[in-house]
Design a protein around this ligand. Structure first.
Ligand SMILES: Nc1nc2c(ncn2[C@@H]2O[C@@H]3COP(=O)(O)O[C@H]4[C@@H](O)[C@H](n5cnc6c(=O)[nH]c(N)nc65)O[C@@H]4COP(=O)(O)O[C@H]3[C@H]2O)c(=O)[nH]1
Length: 850
């Protein structure tokens, strides 16, 4: 029975009352029994279990009263709960507190009241157990009052029990519903409780384990932790393993709590299966480390990309949506010549002059509106600290993840050098490097375009020029001198070319003029005359004075041809004819000339087949000693017996064979045939074979001669090879070496056509010839021409002093023979002694005739 005054804290009292959740609940047997027992024990008509809410008193149990509740302010109990002992009112009529109470003055006519407070363990008085009579009564004895109070305590205990029951029910439900195992173990290790989840988590049915020892199931809690748990000290959740009946283990987490009930210790565990959580934790760990790795990779990639962008030689810039620069790499910085710090964060308006900023703004807006992936390319000139540079840019919009274009990327290449190189290349592609004149390509392009726009009548001419005597200047004075002559020629010609016309150098000593004039023929004549005059003037090259001159061929557009190719061909044919006509001439294209050139082409084609068709033959012209007359040998001269044209002279086809390269095969055939033939002659007779300069251009000439001699058995001293001085013009050293090798094997070397060359005498220093053949042109003029006689004399004298034999070619008359004998010419060759004849017709009269 509580002695202490009930708590004076109304709020706590009300809260305690509500916690027990008993207000307005259905009648319960226990409470009904208590009021019946009290009414009967104390012989009163009314007994109540009342609970006092904030403004009502409510009857949990009642006997002798038909109402369920009253207002609190008329309640006797409201007074009783303020007492620690039973409150007794023997006669309400006599008690000023209750005299006028409507429950006294009316139903149920209360006169006697005794109420024991129902006090909760925390001291809060929840209500009372009271007995009521409608008649006044004596105060109950102390024993009776004690009894009433004890009955009120029983009411309180029941209220507590009732609440605990509900908690227990909740706990059981919880234990049933939780996925965790809930296990209760007694202090002796006996399992007291084993919920449904424990069956699953720990792999043992409840009925096989409850009442048995838990030992062996939880190795992790059979030690200090269990002891600690049993001792009542709370342990933090800890992890361990449970051993399952099949011997396997399962990761679990324990939370332990212990308590004592009626002197017995218990420990309860909430055991959580950690298999999934550990898996999840491991996955999380993996995910975390993957995330960490990828974060690192992203950072590495970013650092790498930053380094790439920074070190790329290309200009890279980026702008945000408001066109502020957000990226400027070092190439851009270097290109602009401005530190990037002064660019970043700024808009074009803040960086560039008005017009340029305006242009950029329009363009940026355009880029941001371009369809995705489209690139805007442009080139522009930028004035930098190092001068004007050309930047080729590619600009594109970059979209954010929501698809909105909000950045502009600018990639730029400084193509200043590339453009300059392209311009240089374009210049080189259309210009001759030596003279800076237009080259053949440029000329052809201009010609084609002129023809496209030319009126029917044509208003332009093509002049084809070739310098006379240029080759010998080049050969004798060297390429440097040749180049100087060409440059000077170009300069002189350029001054004469009218505006709107084009002068070009085609290479070598070939030039062309596209002459645009109303009367192209008359204009071509005038220009040709001016060119002839200009180029006839001597050129001073180093300390020497040289004279060139030019031959010119002309073709008139539309009249002679209407395509560029044809027109040039016509001019070429005309030039060919001009050169044939003599130096320093002009020749207009004549359709008949075309036939001559075409014939040459046909002849060239026939020549290719001639050897296979056995159309060549060798004729032999006798060579005699002048005094006494004695046959000493023959010169082999090749002939082409053409099936339709008859016998063709070597003067006609040898140049063609040289041009086409056929000379190598033909030359070998001549050598082989001549050696073979000579080997059949009397031993004292020699054979002379002509070698073309072209044959020296290929390796193997010495070997060819050797093999011919070996195969035919002709003694080397019986073979003489005739060369012209042009062999010594080209590749002098290499060719002299070949000649020396030939001389070394015993073959004799003769210099043909001596005296007509540019500086024949100088060749005599290059090589010790065995023989000089005096050109026919001097012989023909003898004996009439004293100059010719003087030249012949000079040659024979020089030859003899150098130990060389001299032969006179083209001796046709007795007078010529006499004159030559007078000049001590050693050998004679010419129609006077015999024409070239086929081998079969030769009669070798080797006897001396004086
Ligand atoms: N008017 C006149 N002419 C005479 C007289 N005596 C000889 N001739 C001709 O003068 C040329 C002499 O030969 P070349 O000076 O070596 O000049 C040769 C030679 O340079 C070249 N040639 C001939 N055969 C060959 C050959 O097999 N190989 C090479 N590479 N060139 C050859 O062709 C040139 C011309 O040869 P051909 O027409 O045979 O002309 C020959 C010959 O027939 C004469 O008294 N009066």
């Amino acid at each position: 029975m509580p002695d202490a005054m009930p708590l004076n804290d109304e709020a706590l009292r009300l809260e305690t009352l509500r916690r027990y959740d008993i207000l307005h609940t259905a009648p319960e047997g226990f409470f009904d029994g208590i009021v019946q027992m009290a009414a009967s024990m104390f012989q009163v008509p009314i007994s109540l279990v009342t609970l006092v809410d904030d403004d009502m008193q409510w009857f949990k149990a009642r006997v002798g009263l038909n109402i369920c509740d009253t207002a609190r302010d008329v309640s006797f109990c409201d007074h009783a709960i303020r007492h620690s002992q039973v409150m007794v009112v023997c006669d309400a009529h006599e008690d000023p507190r209750f005299r006028d109470n409507p429950l006294v003055t009316g139903e149920p006519w209360i006169r006697f009241y005794a109420g024991a407070p129902i006090i909760a363990p925390n001291g809060a008085a929840l209500g009372s157990l009271c007995i009521i009579d409608t008649k006044p009564r004596q105060r109950p004895s102390e024993r009776e009052l004690n009894l009433l109070q004890q009955m009120a305590s029983l009411v309180m205990q029941q209220i507590e029990t009732r609440m605990l029951e509900r908690v227990k029910r909740g706990a059981r439900e919880l234990a049933r519903a939780t996925p965790d195992a809930v296990v209760v173990i007694g202090s002796d290790g006996e399992v007291m409780f084993w919920n449904k989840s424990a069956e699953r988590v720990l792999g043992r049915p409840r009925k096989t384990i409850v009442g048995h020892s838990f030992e062996g199931i939880f190795p992790a809690i059979e030690g200090d932790k269990l002891r600690a748990a049993l001792k009542g000290s709370r342990t933090e959740p800890f992890e361990g393993v449970a051993r399952l009946p099949d011997g396997s283990t399962r990761p679990i987490e324990f939370t332990a709590a212990s308590w004592n009930d009626q002197g017995r210790d218990y420990v309860g565990f909430v055991i959580r299966d950690m298999t999934e959580r550990n898996k999840a934790r491991a996955s999380l760990q993996t995910a975390l480390s993957v995330a960490e790795t990828s974060k690192r990779q992203v950072e590495d990639s970013r650092r790498f990309l930053d380094a790439v962008i920074e070190n790329l030689p290309s200009v890279i810039m980026a702008k945000d949506e408001s066109c502020r620069y957000i990226l400027v790499n070092s190439a851009a910085e270097a290109f602009l010549g401005v530190p990037r710090a002064s660019i970043l964060g700024k808009t074009p308006e803040e960086l560039f002059p008005g017009w340029r900023a305006q242009y950029i703004a329009v363009e940026d807006a355009r880029i941001l509106n371009l369809p995705e992936g489209r690139i805007l390319e442009e080139e522009y000139r930028h004035t930098t600290a190092t001068g004007d540079r050309v930047l080729k840019t590619k600009k594109l919009a970059i979209s954010s993840s929501d698809g909105k274009a909000d950045r502009i990327l600018v990639l730029g290449e400084d193509i200043t050098e590339e453009r300059a190189a392209a311009a240089r290349l374009a210049y080189m592609a259309h210009h001759d490097p030596l003279t800076s004149l237009a080259n053949r390509t440029a000329f052809n392009e201009r010609l084609a375009s002129a023809l496209r726009t030319a009126p029917e009548s044509g208003d332009f001419a093509v002049l084809y020029l070739d310098l006379d005597n240029f080759k010998s200047i080049n050969d004798t004075l060297g390429h440097r001198a040749g180049d100087a002559v060409l440059s000077d020629c170009a300069r002189r010609m350029r001054n004469l070319i009218p505006e709107g016309s084009l002068l070009a150098r085609f290479g070598g000593d070939e030039f062309a003029v596209l002459l645009v004039e109303k009367d192209p023929e008359a204009a071509a004549r005038d220009l040709a005359a001016a060119l002839h005059r200009a180029l006839a003037e001597p050129f001073a090259i180093d300390d020497r004075v040289v004279v060139v001159g030019t031959s010119i061929g002309v073709a008139i557009a539309m009249r002679h041809a209407s395509t560029a190719e044809e027109l040039l061909r016509c001019a070429d044919i005309a030039l060919y004819e001009a050169k044939r006509a003599g130096r320093g001439t002009l020749c207009f294209f004549d359709p008949d000339l075309d036939q001559v050139t075409r014939d040459r082409h046909v002849l060239g084609a026939d020549l290719r087949d001639a050897l296979a068709l056995d159309q060549f033959e060798l004729h032999y012209q006798p060579v005699y000693a002048a005094v006494p007359r004695q046959l000493i040998g023959y010169e082999a001269l090749v002939r082409w017996r053409h099936p339709t044209r008859g016998m063709i002279s070597p003067a006609q086809f040898i140049p063609l064979a040289e041009e086409t390269g056929l000379i190598h095969i033909l030359g070998a055939w001549v050598l082989q045939t001549a050696c073979h033939e000579a080997a059949t002659w009397p031993e004292e007779l020699q054979v002379a074979v002509n070698l073309s300069p072209t044959q020296f251009k290929r390796d193997g000439l010495v070997k060819l001669v050797q093999s011919c001699l070996e195969r035919t058995g002709l003694h080397p001293t019986r073979l003489e090879l005739e060369i012209t001085e042009s062999v010594l013009l080209d590749e002098t050293l290499a060719n002299v070496s070949i000649l020396k090798q030939l001389q070394a094997i015993g073959v004799k070397i003769a210099l043909d056509d001596f005296g007509v060359g540019y500086s024949s005498l100088s060749y005599l220093r290059s090589f010790p010839f065995d023989k000089l053949k005096i050109d026919r042109s001097f012989v023909t003029e003898m004996p009439a021409s004293r100059e010719a006689a003087a030249i012949v004399r000079a040659i024979t004298t020089l030859g003899h002093s150098l130990g060389m034999i001299t032969t006179a070619e083209g001796v046709e008359t007795q007078d010529q023979l006499d004159a030559l004998r007078k000049e001590h010419c050693d050998l004679i060759q010419g129609y006077l002694y015999g024409r070239p004849l086929p081998a079969a017709q030769l009669v070798h009269k080797v006897n001396k005739v004086s």
